[in-house]
Design a protein around this ligand. Structure first.
Ligand code: SAM
Length: 486
């Protein structure tokens, strides 16, 4: 059978999409190639959030064409994901060696399309159409593929975004918000846990909007099982999905959001040790979610809450739907509920019209909140987004300079916060060998700090206590606290 190499750019959702595509291909007999140099099919799963990410994928394809195509003229080349969705046919017009362009609602079609291309039945395929029910098609996992057992897994709970932040291309590349049903998500999580997964991260563009626009009623696109039957939960009425078995009259009074109901349902899974999620949005961050941190022991003490700017004026221009005070209020409540919670964020510098004063408000917000980690993005003009047409675009040099200044503040705070762990005992979930030094093992604390320690394969998947001995840059180093080992 042909072999496939998939290279992924961008966010965790893209990683998850690639994993599902790989698993679907393996289920149909394809093998996964260790490198593009020996693959029969090379797929690039792309990101469009910034121009830089698009250029990286295009340059990669140019190199692949120069190397792989020349060596093996029959190799099939494809773009998938966000850039494929936003550029479509344009990609083949620009790079005629590309055979396949597959949009974000079409990942589940990859096997059929590759079969057709490899058999020579079709020469080129571009499919970027919308497809109802596609949110429920990212469900297969590649656990224990070539490697030892996976301890952590991502589960996609929804697709799309309806927030329309003025800087962001995602609503155009991922489409309208569509949520999977609670039973469907729980079934997938349960299966993962039965295969040894201990920690699940629930994924969505804005998870706090989960279920707010209803659910797909029938997952008619669910992949077929071995005997041809559709697998998954089907034909369930919308109302039933919002009131899973564990709901009670008390819960009704509490007015739990669908997302918190989903957390409750996933929390019930026996054998699951930890739950994470990303990304919530400050606008929909209700008290029910803050209470969930205090109430659900498996929900770990980490919140990734994108803020984007510390200036109310810029937040308004971005169409974020909250103020700085609202953001800081959420963080205060989270820290009241869980004093040790780790807080991370996304920040954009150099948004159109951002003045020095606006930027200084972002610096002051970073100092006020004291983030454990922040992903800083230099604003990138995205076509068809309102911000791309706004006046007062900030010169590139100023974007670079603000990026550097904010990075210094973030790093200084993180250094202090990471150093405060030295001497403390903390619980890790051991994930596997350290990437930098495979002779050592790595795990993650509940508050999302990576800890490197002297361990061995037998520790993989274990919850263990370590004593933190040293803090590096966004990494902690620990000694196993032997008596506390589970
Ligand atoms: N959906 C999440 C939200 O709105 O909070 C974030 C998803 S987005 C893929 C990840 C991050 O990319 C955003 O939080 C934002 O900081 C950054 N980003 C998005 N569009 C951008 C742009 N045009 N230029 C620079 N950074 C951008």
């Amino acid at each position: 059978m042909p072999s496939v190499y998939i290279k992924t750019y961008g966010c965790q959702m893209n990683e998850r999409d690639s994993e599902a595509v790989a698993a679907q291909l393996v289920a149909k007999g394809y093998t996964l190639a260790p490198s593009e140099a020996v693959a029969d099919v090379i797929l690039l799963n792309t990101c469009s959030v910034r121009d830089f990410a698009e250029q990286k994928a295009i340059n990669k394809m140019v190199n692949v064409i120069a190397d792989a195509r020349r060596a093996r003229p029959d190799v099939v080349l494809g773009f998938m994901g966000c850039m494929a969705q936003s550029r479509g046919q344009e990609l083949i017009d620009r790079l005629p060696d590309v055979d396949l362009v597959l949009g974000t609602q079409k990942f589940h079609r990859v096997v059929d399309y590759l079969d057709e291309l490899l058999a020579g039945r079709r020469e080129k395929i571009v499919d970027v159409a919308e497809e109802q029910g596609s949110e429920a098609t990212i469900r297969e996992h590649l656990l224990n593929g070539n490697s030892p057992k996976s301890v952590t897994a991502f589960v996609s709970i929804m697709q799309g975004c309806n927030q329309y932040c003025t800087f962001c291309i995602v609503p155009y590349t991922r489409g309208e918000e569509r949520s999977r049903t609670i039973p469907d998500v729980v079934t997938e999580c349960r299966q993962l846990v039965s295969q040894g997964v201990k920690e699940i991260t629930l994924l969505g563009q804005i998870v706090t909007s989960y279920g707010k626009r209803g659910f797909g009623k029938i997952d008619s696109l669910a992949p077929r099982g071995t005997s041809g039957e559709r697998v998954g939960v089907r034909g369930i009425l919308e109302n039933e999905l919002l009131t899973p078995a564990l709901s009670s009259p008390g819960e009704e009074r509490e007015k739990k959001s669908p997302f918190v109901k989903l957390l409750d349902a996933v929390h019930e899974i026996e054998g699951l040790e930890r739950i994470r999620f990303t990304s919530p949005h400050p606008k929909g961050y209700g008290d029910d979610l803050i209470e969930a941190y205090a109430r659900l022991p498996k929900l770990v003490e980490h919140a990734h809450l994108p803020v984007q700017s510390g200036s109310d004026r810029v937040l308004k221009l971005m169409h974020r739907g909250y103020t700085r005070a609202r953001y800081v209020g959420i963080i205060e409540k989270l820290r009241q509920a869980k004093p040790d919670i780790g807080i991370s964020t996304d920040i954009i510098v150099g948004f159109p019209g951002e003045t020095e004063d606006d930027f200084e408000q972002t610096l002051s917000l970073a100092r006020e909140v004291e983030f454990d980690q922040a992903y800083i993005f230099k604003y990138s003009q995205r076509r068809d987004t309102p911000a791309a047409e706004m006046p007062d675009q900030v010169p590139q040099q100023i974007r670079e300079e603000r990026n550097q200044r904010l990075l210094e503040v973030i790093n200084e705070i993180a250094k202090r916060r990471y150093s405060a762990f030295v001497g403390r005992q903390t619980q890790l979930l051991v994930e596997g060998p350290s990437k930098k030094n495979p002779a050592r093992m790595t795990g993650r604390t509940r508050c999302n700090k990576i800890v490197v320690f002297d361990g061995s394969e037998r520790h993989r998947g274990q919850l263990m206590d370590v004593q933190i001995t040293r803090a590096g840059s966004f990494t902690l180093y620990g000694d196993p606290f032997v008596l506390g080992e589970h």
